[in-house]
Design a protein around this ligand. Structure first.
Ligand code: MN
Length: 232
């Protein structure tokens, strides 16, 4: 069997302390998952149902990488988030078993064309334009769960050009990690290589070309990425 075109490259993430790479299958994202962020967005804090959307795997940018300033926006926002990487999956995973599917954790950015989000929400339109574009998923090295233990707390922090913009604790997640995995698996058969962005705390804001973003979660490898010139 031969392909008519060169197949796309497998998206991957680095693994802290290892030469091996983590192949990324899908990127699931949770929205509206910290009370203070829901309020800053002018939303209503309601738990059910969880807000679930996706990004394409080839939107990954790794630590040290550059994010070209995207086309089709003039209000390009960061959202620093804890990322959970899965080593296994399935449908209808009980909450009590969810942690057994975790490979590890990383810090990530759910980069957002904020100017299109309000229109999408108001118009009942899909979110791809606001969330699922090229380079919209920077994610740092994965720290295996064997090193961190199952995580339920720890500071999540984002600095832009050295200035702290987001600073919260993952214990404030509305949907906890085991609940997220269980809920997602009601809708999708989770698989090895899936990663989940768990939602951003308050303090989101815009970035411009030249800005340097430093993201960290206690106990995990940090990530630094830079906003580059216009995407071409
Ligand atoms: Mn987000």
């Amino acid at each position: 069997m031969t392909y008519a075109l060169t197949p796309p490259l497998q998206a991957y993430l680095d693994i802290a302390g290892s030469e091996e790479k983590f192949p990324v299958r899908r990127i699931y994202c949770i929205g509206k998952n910290y009370v203070a962020h829901v309020i800053e967005m002018g939303g209503i804090v309601e738990r059910d149902p969880p807000v679930i959307f996706m990004k394409p795997a080839d939107a990954i940018v790794r630590n040290g990488g550059e994010i070209p300033y995207p086309v089709f926006t003039s209000n390009f926002h960061y959202e620093c988030e804890l990322v959970v990487a899965l080593k296994s999956g399935g449908y209808n995973i009980p909450q009590a078993e969810a942690s057994s599917h975790i490979y590890g954790y990383a810090v990530g950015l759910d980069m957002t064309r904020r100017d299109h989000q309000a229109a999408a929400m108001a118009g009942g339109l899909p979110w791809e334009v606001t969330k699922s574009f090229d380079h919209s998923a920077p994610v740092g090295p994965i720290t295996p769960v064997g090193k961190t233990g199952v995580m339920s707390s720890g500071h999540v922090k984002l600095k832009v050009n050295g200035e702290t913009k987001q600073d919260a604790d993952i214990s404030l997640l509305i949907w906890k990690i085991d609940e997220i995995i269980s809920k997602l698996s009601e809708q999708h058969r989770l698989m090895p290589g899936d990663i989940i962005m768990t939602g951003t705390p308050a303090g989101v804001g815009a970035v411009v070309s030249g800005d340097v973003l430093e993201c960290s979660v206690d106990g995990l490898e940090p990530m630094t990425v830079r906003i580059g010139g216009p995407a071409a």
